[in-house]
Design a protein around this ligand. Structure first.
Ligand code: THG
Length: 266
C-alpha cells in the first residue's frame, strides 16, 4: 500500500503556527519522521493559515527539497494557483502528486493540464457538480464518468488515484460501509487505483486511532491501494501490516516481521 503522510496539514495547530512563523525545523522534522515511518509521499496542506496559500506552499516545498533531495510531495489543495506554484518550484529528484481534482468541469480544466505538463500523479475525488455521493452505486457512476473524461483527455491512468471520499462515521453512520462497498465496484472499471484520507472517518470521536485502524483494516480487505494517514501512529501501522499479511499481500509475513524487528508495531 502506498502511504502518504498527512501530518503537514494546517488544520493542525502546531503546523499552522510553524507555517505562519516560517519554522523550518518543525516542518522538516515532520517530513523526515514520516518518511522514516514508511510514507512515500509527504502531503502538504496550507489552506488554513491566515497568509497567502501560494506563498505558503512555495515555502514548505522549498524547505523540504532543500534538505531531502529525493522528497516526494503531494500538494493538497483545490487552489490551482497554489498547485501550479508547488509544481513549478519543485526541483527535487522525486515525484509529485496533485491532491486533487474532482469531476467538476472547472477544476478538471484548470488542473488536468498541470498534471500532464509536470507528469504528476493525480488524486481524483469522486464527486461532481452535484456534490458528494452517498451510496456506493453513486460513487461508481461518478467514477465511471470521471474515468471516461480523463481517458478522453489522454491522461496516463497509471498516474491516477480515485478517492471515494470517506466521511465521519460519527455523523454519517452508513458512509464507511458505502465507501467500502464502492471500492470493488470501482475496480471493475479497469486497472484503477483507489485512495482515501483515513483520518476523516474518525472526526468527532474519542480515541480516533481505534476507529482509524479498524477502518484501514477493512479498507485493505476491500482492496484500497493507497492512504493518506499518520504513519507515526503505531496502532495504524500495526493494523496495516497485520491486514496486509492476512490478505496475502505480504508473502510469508516478511514485511510484518521486519516492521516488528524495527520496532514499528505496537
Ligand atoms: N482525501 C484526500 N485528501 C485529503 C483528505 C481526503 N486531505 C486532507 C484530509 N482528507 C486527510 N488529512 C487529514 C489530516 C489531519 C486530520 C484529518 C485528515 C485531522 N486533524 C485534526 C483535526 O482537524 O481535528 C487536527 C488535530 C491535531 O491538532 O492533531 O484529523 O479525504 N484526497
Amino acid at each position: 500500500m502506498l502511504l502518504i503522510g498527512e501530518r503537514i496539514n494546517s488544520t493542525r495547530k502546531n503546523i499552522q503556527d510553524a507555517i505562519k512563523n516560517r519554522n523550518a525545523n518543525l516542518i522538516l522534522k515532520e517530513a523526515t519522521t514520516q518518511l522514516a515511518a514508511g510514507s512515500k509521499y509527504i502531503d502538504i496542506n496550507c489552506a488554513v493559515t491566515s497568509g497567502d496559500e501560494v506563498q505558503d506552499i512555495d515555502w514548505v516545498v522549498s524547505v523540504l527539497q532543500s534538505e531531502i533531495k529525493d522528497v516526494n510531495i503531494c500538494i493538497d489543495t483545490p487552489n490551482y494557483l497554489a498547485i501550479e506554484r508547488g509544481l513549478n518550484i519543485y526541483k527535487a529528484k522525486g515525484s509529485l502528486m496533485i491532491n486533487s481534482i474532482t469531476g467538476e468541469d472547472t477544476r478538471i480544466k484548470r488542473i488536468l493540464p498541470l498534471a500532464i505538463k509536470y507528469n504528476a500523479k493525480l488524486i481524483a475525488l469522486i464527486m461532481d457538480d452535484q456534490g458528494m455521493p452517498y451510496t456506493a452505486p453513486e460513487r461508481f457512476d461518478i467514477a465511471k464518468k470521471m474515468l471516461e473524461r480523463l481517458e478522453k483527455e489522454k491522461f496516463n491512468m497509471d498516474n491516477l488515484y480515485l478517492d471515494p471520499l470517506i466521511r465521519p462515521v460519527a455523523t454519517e453512520p452508513h458512509q464507511a460501509k458505502e465507501f467500502l462497498k464502492s471500492i470493488p465496484m470501482i475496480k471493475t472499471l479497469g486497472n484503477v487505483k483507489t485512495i482515501c484520507g483515513l483520518s476523516n472517518v474518525s472526526f468527532g470521536l474519542p480515541d480516533r486511532r481505534a476507529i482509524n485502524s479498524a477502518f484501514l483494516s477493512m479498507a485493505i480487505q476491500a482492496g484500497l491501494d493507497a492512504a493518506i494517514l499518520d504513519p507515526l501512529d503505531k496502532l495504524i501501522i500495526s493494523s496495516l501490516k497485520a491486514s496486509q499479511a492476512l490478505m496475502g499481500i505480504d508473502e510469508y509475513c516478511a514485511d510484518y516481521i521486519k516492521s516488528f524487528r524495527e520496532g514499528k508495531l505496537i
